[in-house]
Write a protein that binds this ligand. Structure first.
Ligand code: CAA
Length: 259
């Protein structure tokens, strides 16, 4: 099936590249885009010629998070009953092959969480990371309070999630969020070089290392993610969620009533 929101390429160096492609809305992660990413990962995982995957949003932006217009119609009961996030993100969490996030520009909200879900992140100087959900009257729901805390530590994660502050590439590097900063215009190439190198290694050994790091790193993470998801669903029942998202769409500051 033809993709509408992503571009998938396979290089003869054994690398699969997924490019998020909704530039007009900063690659906002609508449900259909995430479904396409999941299908692409399943396909690349099954392809014996592919040894590693790169996810990029292109050279301007990685992704500005969940699609806020879609979120505006999402309420507690439909999110809870349809397991919003869980369904779309499960494949991403369970992929077999190493995935490198190549980040330029904004990686915010779900975009930051998507990058964190990859096995490691490289970025250029233009990269900016943040969990600004609180400004919308909601909270992170796909790992922002969990993987981010594991990556940068409690103090920095608290600051980022509670203020919605955005950090630049240098700060992200200082806090261990990313593996490497490269010069602008070379982040995708650098990711491809790294992925191609991984693709030359013994694939069972690659998987054993990846699983070994992730399985111990993620001990207790799943219950944390479940707790976070349930709390995120709860924010969808708040009047402040309606106000926060309305304010974003109307391009004004939110006036929260704490309800
Ligand atoms: N969803 C939908 N549309 C988005 C979007 C998003 N996450 N981010 C940006 N857009 C759209 C804007 O609405 C705008 O569209 P129009 O031209 O039709 O008005 C277009 O992209 C360009 O955006 P801006 O005019 O705002 O561009 P800017 O350069 O002034 O600011 C930005 C860029 C800082 C990324 C700003 O767009 C922004 O703050 N975006 C929202 C970031 C955010 O809050 N992310 C968290 C989403 S919630 C989430 O992610 C929860 C979850 O996973 C569970």
């Amino acid at each position: 099936m033809k993709n509408k929101y992503i571009i998938v390429e396979k290089l003869n160096t054994g690398v699969g590249i997924i490019t998020l492609n909704r530039p007009k809305v900063y690659n906002a992660l609508c449900t259909d885009l995430l479904a396409e990413v999941s299908n692409a990962i399943i396909n690349l995982d099954q392809d014996l010629k592919i040894g590693a995957i790169v996810i990029t949003g292109g050279d301007k932006v990685f992704a500005a998070g969940a699609d806020i217009k879609e979120l505006s119609t999402l309420d507690f009961s439909s999110a809870y009953m349809n397991e919003f996030i869980k369904k779309q993100w499960l494949v991403l969490e369970k992929h077999n092959k190493p995935i490198i996030a190549a980040v330029s520009g904004f990686a915010l909200g779900g975009g930051c969480e998507l990058a964190l879900l990859c096995d490691f992140i490289i970025c250029d100087d233009s990269a900016k990371f943040g969990q600004p959900e609180i400004k919308l009257g909601i909270m992170p729901g796909a790992g922002g309070t969990q993987r981010l805390t594991k990556a940068v530590g409690k103090a920095k994660a608290m600051q980022m999630c509670l203020t919605g502050d955005i950090i630049d590439a240098k700060e992200a590097k200082n806090y261990g969020l990313i593996a490497k900063i490269v010069s602008e215009d070379s982040v995708l190439n650098e990711a491809i070089v790294m992925a191609s190198k991984i693709a030359t290694m013994s694939q069972p050994v690659v998987k054993l290392i990846k699983d070994s790091i992730n399985n111990t790193y993620e001990l207790n993470l799943q219950s944390g993610l479940e707790y976070e998801r349930q709390s995120f669903y709860t924010t969808l029942a708040l009047e402040d969620k309606v106000e926060g998202i309305k304010a974003f769409i109307e391009k004004r500051k939110a006036n929260f009533l704490n309800k």
